[in-house]
Design a protein. Structure first.
Length: 357
C-alpha cells in the first residue's frame, strides 16, 4: 500500500508542476485533464501527508522518552505518543478506503427510470411518490431535476417517468437505488381499508458522455414524431413535438414528449438511449468479473427487491443490509441520507474485504 502511496505522491507532484507550466496552460484541454487528475489525487495525498506527520510525531516522542524528563512532561509525551498511534491506525483505514478502485461513473449525472409494476393504479401512484422523494432529495443537495419522458396515469402518478438528476456525484450517491421498491399501504381507492402490496421498478443509469465509446449508428435508429398528449389523452399542444426513438438492433424504444420542442425531445431521447446502451455494455463487462469480486451491495439488479415502504407501520426496510428505519414520512420527503450513507459504508466494507482476500 505504501509503495503505491509513494507513486501517487510522485505523480501528484509531477501534476502540480505541469498545471503551473505556461505551455500546459496554453493547451486548455490538456490542462483540464491534468487538473481533474490532480483534484482526484488531492484527498489521498492530503491524508497520506497527515499519516506521515503522525508517524514522525511518534518517532520524536520515542526519542524524547529516552531523555531525562520530569514526571509531568514524561506523562504528557506518553499521552501524545498514544494519541498519534491511535491516529495512525485510523488514517491507515481511511487510506485503504481512498485507494479502493473508483467507479469511473461516480462523478456523472444520473438518469433514473421509475416504472409502476405489480399493483395497477396503486403502483403508478407510488411511482409518483418515489419520483417526488428523489426530487426532494435532489433539492436538498441543490441538484437539478429534468424530466425527460413521462407516461401519466389517469388516477395520478406515472406508469413510467424518466428523468435526469444533474449534480456532482449524483450517480455515486443514487446508484444503490436500482431495483424493486415494494409498498404496503391502504390505497385511497380501497373502501374496505385493506392493506395492498404493490411494486415499482427503479433503474439508475449514469449519463453516457459524448466521448464514451457507445456504438450509436444513426442508420440503426428510427425516429417517429407524433402529437404530445397529457393525462387522459387531452391534447397538450397542436404540433407534432413528441418523439419516439427506436434502436432497431436492440429493440429499445424511447418516447419523449415532455418538452414542447421536437429538437429538445429528440436530444433527451438520444441521451436516454446512449445511457441504456452504455449500461448494457457495462453489464456485459460485469458478467465477465468473477462473482467473488463483486460487492454484495453493488448497484442492485433491477429485478431484485431491495426495499419495502410500510405505511401502516411507518417504517422503511432496506433488505440488502437489514436496515429498518421508523420514520417513513421524513424519508418520503427526501431525507435519504441515513439509508444512502449506510449502503455506501457497507459497500466499502465489502470491497475492502475483497481487496484483502
Amino acid at each position: 500500500m505504501f509503495d503505491r502511496l509513494e507513486e501517487i505522491l510522485d505523480r501528484y507532484q509531477g501534476l502540480s508542476d505541469k498545471i503551473s507550466d505556461p505551455d500546459t496552460i496554453n493547451n486548455q484541454e490538456e490542462w483540464r485533464r491534468f487538473m481533474k487528475e490532480h483534484s482526484n489525487l488531492t484527498p489521498i495525498v492530503e491524508k497520506y501527508t497527515e499519516y506521515k506527520q503522525a508517524k514522525e510525531a511518534i518517532e520524536e516522542a520515542k526519542l524524547m522518552l529516552e531523555d531525562n524528563l520530569d514526571d509531568d512532561f514524561r506523562q504528557l509525551v506518553k499521552e501524545e505518543l498514544t494519541d498519534n498511534r491511535n491516529k495512525v491506525e485510523i488514517i491507515q483505514g481511511e487510506l485503504k478506503i481512498l485507494l479502493l478502485p473508483k467507479d469511473p461513473n461516480d462523478a456523472k449525472n444520473v438518469i433514473m427510470e421509475i416504472r409502476g409494476g405489480a399493483g395497477g393504479d396503486e403502483a403508478a401512484l407510488f411511482a409518483g411518490v418515489l419520483f417526488r422523494m428523489y426530487s426532494r432529495y435532489a433539492e436538498r443537495r441543490r441538484w437539478k431535476v429534468d424530466i425527460m419522458s413521462c407516461n401519466e396515469c389517469d388516477v395520478g402518478g406515472f406508469k413510467e417517468v424518466i428523468f435526469m438528476i444533474q449534480g456532482e456525484g449524483a450517480y455515486s450517491t443514487l446508484k444503490y437505488e436500482s431495483g424493486v421498491h415494494r409498498v404496503q399501504r391502504i390505497p385511497v381507492t380501497e373502501s374496505g381499508g385493506r392493506i395492498h402490496t404493490s411494486t415499482v421498478t427503479v433503474a439508475v443509469l449514469p449519463e453516457a458522455d459524448e466521448d464514451v465509446d457507445v456504438e450509436l449508428n444513426m442508420n440503426d435508429i428510427r425516429i417517429d414524431v407524433f402529437r404530445s398528449s397529457g393525462n387522459g389523452g387531452q391534447s397538450v399542444n397542436t404540433t407534432d413535438s413528441a418523439v419516439r426513438i427506436t434502436h432497431m438492433p436492440t429493440g429499445i424504444v424511447i418516447s419523449c414528449q415532455d418538452g414542447k420542442s421536437q429538437l429538445k425531445n429528440k436530444e433527451k431521447g438520444l441521451k436516454v438511449l446512449r445511457a441504456r446502451l452504455y449500461e448494457m455494455e457495462q453489464e456485459k463487462q460485469a458478467a465477465e468479473i468473477s462473482a467473488d469480486r463483486k460487492s454484495q451491495v453493488g448497484t442492485g439488479d433491477r429485478s431484485e427487491r431491495i426495499r419495502t415502504y410500510n405505511f401502516p407501520q411507518g417504517r422503511v426496510t432496506d433488505h440488502r443490509i437489514g436496515l429498518t428505519l421508523h420514520r417513513l414520512d421524513a424519508i418520503m420527503e427526501g431525507d435519504l441520507e441515513e439509508i444512502i450513507d449506510t449502503l455506501n459504508t457497507v459497500d466499502q466494507a465489502e470491497k475492502l474485504k475483497n481487496v484483502s482476500q
